[in-house]
Design a protein around this ligand. Sequence first.
Ligand SMILES: *[C@@H]1O[C@H](CO)[C@@H](O)[C@H](O)[C@H]1NC(C)=O
Ligand SMILES: *[C@@H]1O[C@H](CO)[C@@H](O)[C@H](O)[C@H]1NC(C)=O
Ligand SMILES: *[C@@H]1O[C@H](CO)[C@@H](O)[C@H](O)[C@H]1NC(C)=O
Length: 520
Amino acid sequence: MATNSSKLNIPIFSSLPLIILSVYSSGSPATESREFSVKEATIEDLQLAFKQNQLTSRQLVEMYIREIGRLNPLLRGVIEVNPDAINQADNADQERKAKAPRSQLGLHGIPILVKDNIATKDKMNTTAGSFALLCSVVPRDAFVVTKLLEAGAIILGKASMSEWAHFRTFASPNGWCARTGQGKNPYVLSANPCGSSSGSAISVAANMVAVSLGTETDASILCPSGSNSVVGIKPTVGLISRDGVIPVSPRLDTVGPISGTVADAVYVLDAIIGFDAKEEATREASKYIPPGGYKQFLKPHGLQGKRLGIVRNLGSNFTVSSEVTEAFEHHIRTLRQRGAILLHNFEINNLEAILNSIANGETLAILAAEFKQALNAYLQELVTSPVRSLADVIAFNKKFPELEMLREYGQSIFEMAEATDGIDIDVKAALLNLTKLSRDGFEKLMRGKELDALVTPGYDISHVLAIDGLPGISVPAGYDSKGVPFGIYFGALKGTEPKLIEVAYGFEQATKIRKPPFQA
Ligand SMILES: *[C@@H]1O[C@H](CO)[C@@H](O)[C@H](O)[C@H]1NC(C)=O
Ligand SMILES: *[C@@H]1O[C@H](CO)[C@@H](O)[C@H](O)[C@H]1NC(C)=O
Ligand SMILES: *[C@@H]1O[C@H](CO)[C@@H](O)[C@H](O)[C@H]1NC(C)=O
């Protein structure tokens, strides 16, 4: 069985302290003092504690900042703390006290970290982890940040990440960026934290914040979520605006929530979806958004009657360990017991062609061309910036090779991208080809078999989902004998988040595998 509870011997993580709060009500000091721990606190827990006057947003922000101070020097999941977080918390507390209508909003008074490639027009930097963008000034908050603030959330800070969303070079390790150094997996420090939304996953896993935002082009939410035992939702591309997000590929990029539970991810998702006039992709995708949002699909019996395709492996290059395989077989039985209808050995047509196009660099060549165009557009829109083009960034790295560890990691993808010349005819042909592979393969098969989702033990399914902007969810699925977490991955057709959420939530409620990284 997957849930191995071996004790980890990391002395500095002896325990997360319970913080004793004195509670004052109606002007007179209360005689009681209640304990509130941020450890594993969900959004609902926090809202309840606010409501019962056990906790203020200011106290909560102070607790998280203390935890960041204690854990982050080692874990490096946070790149900057928002100097205005306490002010935002005070505002939230006042609104709650005054019973302002805003205080009823789902994320009101809840601290969130956003990945460092998501623009905030405040005292913080937006750098994708690179020194090249330090002190650049963004024109406005990213659309998702505006939405979070409208929903009452507190921007606690920026999460570290694999630098440039791991699109400068493949030679640097997952979770590394020049500004913070190596982000660490809080379960086993030597284990891969995965990326590129490494800090977003690490920080939630280690209870340095309740929830976070990551971004994904291919695997960047799903993989770190699995590796750090948190939930990650990679939504259908276009469901969430990417305005103000440092891009890789506008065709594939998406923002998505990372959290301790499926419910928390869905609350954040509900806050950030929607049409954005600046973003054409949101026009088409907004038709998928159900009235009332997604929280209605948090159904305890969500697995009942769901048709799931079981994908045990994606070919010999993508193997999972025997421990993961064993846990997966156990989970399949759970899915069946909870009423899901399983199609075993679900074979994805064209899978080999898709994986080959990744292996032979065809996909990378397309991404490189898209990246150059999109990054240049982003940099040109900045109010002020030390770099205005990909060529400038390449030159910056050469000027500061030590700062950016250029000798160690190089910048081969940057150089490859710089050598591209727009989305030319060859790129367009390759793109059409890839999309066709997905539509005639995976997507046709899902429709033909009337599947609600596919289920797989390896995050590599993200490659299949990436091509045509399809959604996926990662849910904690176990810990190996060394204590390293792994996830289970659900993927589906465009716009089918309602079904996907029912399945993921049903699985989570049946298993409840996530546990915090250090023994309390
Ligand atoms: C943003 O970067 C500047 C330049 O290094 C730094 O002085 C400032 O403290 C940074 N902002 C935050 C909130 O860390
Ligand atoms: C599988 O791995 C081998 C060896 O690294 C490589 O040559 C091949 O292209 C890979 N194939 C796929 C489909 O990824
Ligand atoms: C399109 O895909 C087919 C099948 O994988 C491949 O043989 C062909 O070279 C591809 N064409 C382009 C333009 O990428």
